[in-house]
Design a protein around this ligand. Sequence first.
Ligand SMILES: *Cc1c(COP(=O)(O)O)cnc(C)c1O
Length: 353
Amino acid sequence: MAFICRSYARGGLTWQINNMIDLRSDTVSQPTEAMRQVIANAKVGDDVFRDDPSVLGLEEYAAHLLGKEAAVFVSSGTQSNLCALMAHCQRGDEYLVGDRAHTYMYEGGGAAVLGSIQPQTVPMSATGMLDLKAAESSIKPDDAHFARTRLLCIENTTDGKVIGLTELSEGEKVARQHNLGYHLDGARLWNAAVALRVAPSAIAEPFDTVSVCLSKGLGAPVGSILVGPTSLIAEARKWRKMLGGAMRQVGLIAAAGMHALENHIDRLAIDHENARLLAEGLATVEGVSVDAQNTNMVFVTVPQGSDNLEERLAKHGINTRWAGNHSRMVLHLGIDKEDIATVVTAVNLELNS
Ligand SMILES: *Cc1c(COP(=O)(O)O)cnc(C)c1O
């Protein structure tokens, strides 16, 4: 491949890595040089003994940032959601979840497999919010025939779409009225907060527990955090141990997460702006339609029969994923305006020459 080994700078951040313009996901984002320095110098200890100052610092800071009592650092968003579900629900309980939600669709059925928790799916609206009427009518009566409904689970953002504060608090009312826990899969809560111009804690506020990812648009290599009340987080910490997620000198990656929280939240506005520019640019290419642009994601459709776009764009140094003639392109801190021009030009060349 022609596109190996470049050192590059984006909006004041620098990297020394081998890279293409990678639009497959924001999970591909690479640690910056500054983050690598922080990792190299991180103070560490045995986190299972609660001895790791970098983990303790990160947990305290994340709890503060999200306005909750306590936090637990976990290996992934999947593990974070699972620990939360298992902390809220017992064996034979049920949780209400969007029918396209990550927790239900893309986490291997972990709640059912490892938690013995039954998912009850609920249709989602255009914003990604659950249809609360449908959610309410799915709540089971207290009767031996039924699983016990214990938890209402929301995701923000979903496909880059932002659920606003009013809808989130309507969900809270339903949860409280029916004595359900209220959990947010906030893998990209940071993008929602930046898009709504509110503090991260404003989005977390109505929820008991919130899971956030550090390894997506924030650019940390690994890690998620679950926040919530001390009692639930203690329970989640026990499940994390059982799931094999308690790690030792893990301050090396916690330090990267701390650096990301301190330096990479506000800059998500750049990704949103770049997503808008990419959407506008691609919309000018003949044959391309942009279905939607939400926060840092652009959903693109090209004419039927435009085949091998993955390979053809790779020749231009662009990494994309296609499902038939559709692609979800995701912006992150490794993509700048120049890259967007490159992508628009390459798509035009491949489709129209
Ligand atoms: C990525 C993602 C997760 C899971 O995070 P991993 O770290 O990949 O396990 C959960 N929920 C949503 C909405 C996500 O986008």
